[in-house]
Design a binder for this molecule. Structure first.
Ligand SMILES: NC(=O)c1ccc[n+]([C@@H]2O[C@H](COP(=O)([O-])OP(=O)(O)OC[C@H]3O[C@@H](n4cnc5c(N)ncnc54)[C@H](OP(=O)(O)O)[C@@H]3O)[C@@H](O)[C@H]2O)c1
Length: 388
């Protein structure tokens, strides 16, 4: 299929005989600007969700470092038709999460990598468009893992029905979903914070870190966040109620962190690794706990990092300070019953205003690749979701 894009404002064809079925490649900064430029010129119609085509973002190439213009490609295909026992889902919101970078690598992990040519993996909130599937009605919103695309078929397995008019549907991708549960389970089951203890967490304005810190405050701890930049740090203290927040980009970051933790650190909730980990290590108290949730500062490494070898300092501290270090993957590491406790507690904390939630909504599936890169380098602010 060929596309002619005529711009009435400019009075000429921007594209003639443009092959629509060919893969549109995405490229980080230029891509975002060009897509915005073209969507403005052509009246925001050509790239938005349509009922007769399915746009799917596929993994075209495995990245070496940060994903680039060749990593993800937008394809256009037919909307699938549901058969018996199936339903057709239309994506409303797509969640962007740091784990997606790991799925682009063909390495051994807790989950299979995305195959080349396959739709990028991702959790979505979607609407049921048609259904021959028990337990789901037309118009229901669902939480599904159907990835970066407009439409998908589902047999209902592993799909959560959110009903036909959930409040804040996108929150099920954040504070009431995987990131919120990660914070709750990792902190309470592994970190086991006690009143009066000091809890440190980085990526403190993001969905996991922000929730960790606020729960630790509810549990009576001193909470020190670490974030990138003055705006994020101000938000963490003023809106989320942390006791302090240190900018990891500051030259005297380690000294500031030490000053903010006068009684040392009892729980370090590990989200980023790298220099934040190295700054926290000397502050750990005896019998400190370290839930290892993520190491996002290392996700784009294509080899070992440059600089001194911190192996001896890390293992020596764990030994001498009797630190309990435990990695976890949220849906493998805890009993299923804990999720119910999480929903009960989190719903109560949100309703009573004890927990605040910040979301950043990116418009359009076509902008998802650039937004994922923003997330990986710290240019997002709050839980990032794409309104498809
Ligand atoms: N184990 C599990 O089951 C599980 C589940 C969910 C999430 N996670 C992990 O939890 C962590 C947080 O996830 P999230 O969804 O809440 O992400 P997020 O906070 O929205 O995004 C990651 C943040 O990491 C920070 N960052 C990036 N590079 C950094 C660097 N070099 N040094 C310091 N900070 C850096 C940035 O914040 P600043 O600008 O503030 O630095 C960035 O915004 C990630 O590591 C993720 O992989 C694990």
């Amino acid at each position: 299929m060929y596309l002619n894009v005529y711009c009435p404002r400019l009075g000429f064809y921007i594209y003639k005989n443009f092959m629509l079925t060919s893969k549109l490649s995405f490229w980080q900064c230029e891509g975002k600007r060009m897509m915005l430029y073209f969507s403005k010129l052509i009246g925001d119609n050509e790239m938005s969700q349509k009922i007769d085509t399915n746009r799917r973002v596929v993994l075209a190439e495995r990245p070496n470092g940060l994903p680039n213009k060749n990593t993800l490609k937008l394809e256009v295909s037919e909307v699938p038709t549901s058969g018996m026992g199936e339903m057709l889902l239309q994506t409303s919101y797509l969640s962007l999460d740091p784990y997606m970078r790991g799925r682009m690598n063909d390495t051994k992990s807790y989950a299979e990598p995305v195959k080349l040519g396959e739709v990028m993996t991702g959790q979505v909130v979607a609407k049921v468009i048609s259904t021959k599937c028990d337990g789901f009605d037309k118009g229901d919103y669902v939480l599904a893992s159907s990835g970066w695309q407009d439409y998908a078929l589902s047999d209902g397995v592993g799909v959560r029905n959110l009903g036909n008019s959930p409040d804040n549907p996108s929150w099920f991708l954040g504070i009431l979903g995987m990131p919120g549960y990660t914070a709750y389970a990792g902190l309470l089951q592994i970190g086991k914070p006690k009143p009066g203890e000091t809890v440190v967490v980085a990526a403190a304005s993001g969905p996991v870190g922000a929730t960790v810190g606020q729960i630790a405050r509810i549990k009576g701890c001193r909470v020190v966040g670490i974030a990138g930049g003055a705006d994020k740090c101000a938000h963490v203290v003023e809106n989320l109620g942390f006791d302090a927040c240190i900018d990891h980009r500051a030259e005297d970051f380690s000294e500031q962190l030490k000053a903010a933790c006068p009684k040392g650190v009892d729980v370090y909730f590990e989200n980023v690794g790298g220099k934040v980990l190295y700054a926290v290590l000397p502050l750990l108290n005896a019998f400190a706990r370290m839930p290892v949730c993520g190491v996002v500062s290392w996700y784009n490494l294509s080899g070992l990092p440059e600089g001194p070898d911190f192996g001896p300092a890390i293992m020596g501290t764990i030994l001498r300070m009797k630190v309990k270090v435990e990695g976890f993957i949220i849906f493998d590491s805890f009993p299923q019953s804990l999720f119910k406790d999480f929903i009960r507690d989190m719903s109560e904390w949100l309703a009573s205003g004890k927990i605040h939630y910040k979301e950043q909504v990116v418009e359009g599936l076509e902008n998802a690749p650039a937004a994922l890169n923003d997330l990986l380098v710290g240019d997002s602010f709050g839980k990032i979701v794409v309104k498809v």
